[in-house]
Design a protein around this ligand. Structure first.
Ligand code: CMP
Length: 140
């Protein structure tokens, strides 16, 4: 499996706060090339499916409600070592623990409303990318 792509979403909190442009700038300045991108909104059903891996967690309902509460930007990003490097760029899940200068440190407000998603493995990057994009929407 290739290790040069990851999947991200700019979440509804960051979209509502007007931070799409600033976050995309950070992503591009971090050396990531955008190979696919769309502005869209997840239904509760789709958000539940996307985060099905967290179904047993106590925060699942809240997560699904939040992720379907407004539009998101979904994108596939390309860079050597993409998954790991992108997780460094965005910082810890909980913004209180995120390193200064990271996207979550700058734009996230809580562990639930944490501005961006980043895939946690190459396998999940591929699954999450194909959840949102067909082959003809990816421009590598
Ligand atoms: P994300 O990287 O998109 O993957 C799963 C998401 O679940 C995570 O970011 C958080 O937004 C959310 N999440 C994780 N832990 C909690 C928590 N304790 N309470 C609420 N949401 C959480």
């Amino acid at each position: 499996m290739s290790n040069n792509r990851t999947f991200t979403m700019i979440k509804p909190d960051a979209v509502r706060a007007g931070n799409i442009g600033a976050i995309l700038k950070d992503i591009q300045e971090g050396g990531f090339k955008i190979v696919a991108m769309k502005y869209t909104k997840l239904s509760a059903e789709k958000a539940g499916e996307f985060y099905a891996i967290h179904k047993a967690r106590p925060f699942y309902g809240e997560l699904v409600e939040f992720m379907s509460s407004g539009p998101i930007v979904a994108a596939i990003l390309e860079k050597d070592n993409a998954v790991e490097d992108f997780r460094k760029l965005i910082g810890s899940t909980n913004p209180a623990d995120a390193a200064p200068g990271t996207i979550r440190a700058k734009y996230a407000t809580s562990i639930g409303e944490n501005a961006v998603h980043g895939s946690d493995s190459d396998e999940n990057a591929a699954i999450e990318s194909s959840f949102h994009f067909s082959g003809t929407e990816i421009f590598g």
